[in-house]
Design a protein. Structure first.
Length: 125
């Protein structure tokens, strides 16, 4: 079902805010990736350390299972938000870092995190 509007795509997912058309269609791909449990926390953990190994991410996040972490890392890598660097060493060593797009996503999350901290602090009072 299409929404009747003057926006460029006419998709029902597009919304109007303050008289300004906001097309949400381009968000589909990134929302599918970053809305999965742990994805944003993984981005933050990697961004806080610049380069980080698998076990360090596990330690930072606590309750994440190795399979879930591996799955999320693969999805984030496939989407171009993180980079995986494997070293030809014994034992094998792999480090993860944010790509430019990953850094932009993390930077975009900072205002949301600040707002969340502010709301949590207000609720404790």
């Amino acid at each position: 079902m299409k929404k009747e509007s003057n926006n460029h795509c006419g998709n029902i997912q597009c919304a109007k805010k303050g008289g300004e058309e906001i097309c949400l269609c381009s968000l589909d791909g990134v929302i599918n990736v970053i809305s999965k449990k742990w994805a944003l926390l993984i981005i933050c953990a990697i961004g806080n350390r610049k380069k980080i190994r698998f076990n360090e991410i596990t330690q930072n996040l606590g309750n994440i299972s190795p399979k879930t972490l591996a799955d999320r890392l693969k999805e984030l890598e496939d989407f171009g938000l993180i980079e995986r660097e494997a070293f030809a060493e014994i034992p094998p060593r792999v480090e993860y870092s944010l790509t430019e797009d990953g850094i932009e996503v993390r930077d975009a999350m900072i205002p949301l995190m600040k707002w969340t901290f502010k709301k949590e602090a207000q609720q404790k009072v």
